[in-house]
Design a protein around this ligand. Structure first.
Ligand code: HEM
Length: 519
């Protein structure tokens, strides 16, 4: 039976600077005292180097391995630590901790904000959605909220994700970002339209990580002990409101200070005297299974929003960031979030994209950080008891000695093990059949229904200024597309949202817009 509490290992990060050897004597990696960091051995005074010089070899070989693979998406990011506090009793909706532990319960968390397509050194202000990932350390284990700063996503078929990302990342031939390929993808996968509209508004270039809202995007199921459940979407509302750059400001900032938002977050965190830390209110929207069946769209389609006037926001908590990382690599780069990290009382919906993400994140963490990534203190500083053994970079002492920590079960030698069962049965929370778009070989088909919410966004939610910046940002982007058919198809997509929008963009790119989905 494995028992360890990496919380103790995390404490130095969160509470105090890591202590070096007690007397601060400089050593090599194996603890041998060495006269100076610059020390190396030569044959004679000017001769070649010696193979026996462990200090130099240790220094260089460790340096050679300082980089780990960057995240395949969301590589550029920064973050901070803080807490989540329950502000409303929602035990009528879920048994999940921390909500089951009463109003006022606080759990520690770490949060990471990121851009999506750029590499780890790319500018913070590039046009892109922003990742909004939160690691809640609850009494029932880690609960990761791996959200974005947009309520919808580009796709609803998981198989499209790698292909879509290829279109946004660098062209394999030239190693340059390629707008023609980006629009080639979007114009042939037009369920992305809502997210494209947000992306090309000034919301695509946020000024500050602390001034963005966050959304789960996906539908989840939150369940009570008796097995009754609700569909749930989560929204985080920045208490400072949102702030965005326009395209000119975003480009200028990218040139002047590619780390603008990273720096801004650290500054935001420095407002300690004012007690004015970055804060979000956490709200949920809920639907009963019956409401889900009556919803106009598929309740599991993450290209759609749940209108807030029909499904009002219910405030349930707040998030406060109050501590900067002391070591960026240990506390931010080594963070590994996964939507599969859920606590009893929170379950995934049947959204196929969410289902695929449940696999993809732990899988990429195994690649990026290794099979024992959950032992890295920042990822799992809560008690873990299981029978996993060994593997690369096991750092808990291999889970201890027999008999207390037997690796088999049942064991005549292990300490008593107790088990907790989820009170509800997973089959009891199966979805009723929900309406939704037609599918071909599992892939959703596009229809005019997919353009209704973007139309509302354009006409009723965007201000006149936002409409104008949207049009000029799209014109700027489409004018870099080199193939006429792709430009025309992209333009036509906007005519399906709204004729006026199509006409305004058409005037800027010298083409006439026509929605080919309309009769
Ligand atoms: C990061 C896959 C959709 C939010 C990542 C990473 C992968 C990935 C492989 C890198 C993780 C790491 O290296 O630690 C996918 C796949 C998707 C998908 C396969 C769809 C099939 C989404 C959606 C959202 C989202 C819909 C938001 C609603 C994020 C965030 C991160 C991330 C916030 C950065 C996490 C961090 O800060 O470490 N995604 N993703 N992704 N993804 Fe997704």
């Amino acid at each position: 039976m494995v028992k360890f509490s990496p919380l103790l290992q995390l404490l130095p990060f969160l509470l105090a600077p890591a202590t070096l050897a007690a007397d601060n004597v400089y050593t090599d990696g194996a603890g041998h005292p060495v006269a100076s960091p610059y020390d190396y051995q030569r044959a004679g005074t000017r001769g070649p180097l010696l193979l026996q010089d462990f200090h130099l070899i240790d220094l260089l070989s460790h340096f050679d391995r300082e980089r780990i693979p960057e995240r395949v998406v969301h590589a550029k990011g920064s973050g901070a630590h803080g807490y989540f506090e329950v502000t409303r009793d929602i035990t009528n909706i879920t048994m999940a901790a921390p909500f089951s532990e009463g109003v006022g319960t606080q759990v520690p968390l770490s949060m990471r904000f990121s851009t999506v397509a750029g590499e780890s050194g790319s500018p913070d202000t590039n046009r892109d959605p922003r990742g909004f990932a939160i690691k809640l350390r609850t009494s029932q284990g880690i609960w990761d909220w791996v959200f974005n700063n947009t309520p919808v996503f580009f796709l609803r078929d998981p198989t499209k994700f790698p292909l879509f990302i290829h279109s946004q990342k660098r062209d394999p031939q030239t190693n340059l970002r390629n707008p023609t390929i980006q629009w080639d993808y979007w114009s042939q996968n037009q369920e992305a339209i809502y997210q494209i509209m947000i992306l090309f508004s000034n919301r695509g270039t946020p000024k500050s990580w602390a001034q963005m809202h966050g959304w789960s995007g996906h539908t989840y199921k939150w369940v009570k002990a008796d097995g009754t459940w609700h569909y749930v979407q989560v929204k985080l509302t920045s208490q400072e409101g949102i702030a965005n750059f326009n395209a000119t400001e975003a480009k200028a900032t990218a040139a002047e200070n590619p780390d603008h938002n990273t720096q801004d977050l650290r500054r935001a965190m420095d407002r300690i005297e004012a007690g004015n830390f970055p804060t979000w209110t956490v709200s949920i929207q809920t639907m009963t299974p019956e409401q889900g069946q009556k919803f106009k769209y598929d309740v599991n389609d993450l290209t759609k929003v749940w209108p807030e006037d029909e499904y009002p926001l219910l405030e349930i908590g707040k998030i406060v960031l109050n501590k900067n990382p002391e070591n960026w690599f240990a506390e931010i780069e080594q963070l590994a979030f996964s939507p599969s990290n859920m606590v009893p009382g929170a379950e995934p919906s049947n959204d196929p994209v969410l289902q695929a993400r449940l696999f993809s994140y732990p899988d990429t963490a195994r690649h990026r950080l290794g099979p024992n990534h959950l032992e890295i203190p920042i990822n799992c500083p809560v008690a873990v008891h299981n029978f996993q053994r060994a593997g690369w970079m096991r750092i808990d002492g291999g889970a201890g000695t027999l008999p207390a920590n037997a690796a088999n079960y049942p064991s005549s030698f292990s300490a008593p093990v107790s088990f907790v069962k989820r009170p509800y049965n997973l089959s009891a929370i199966a979805d009723p059949v929900t309406p939704g778009p037609a599918t071909t070989q599992g892939t959703y088909e596009l229809s005019l229904l997919d353009f209704e919410q973007p139309n509302t966004l354009y006409n009723s939610e965007f201000t006149e200024e936002e409409r104008q910046s949207l049009v000029s940002n799209i014109i700027g982007a489409l004018n870099s597309v080199t193939i006429q058919d792709i430009k025309q198809r992209s333009l036509n997509m906007f005519a399906c949202v709204d004729d006026k929008l199509g006409a305004a963009i058409g005037a800027g790119v010298g083409l006439t817009a026509k929605c080919t989905l309309k009769p």
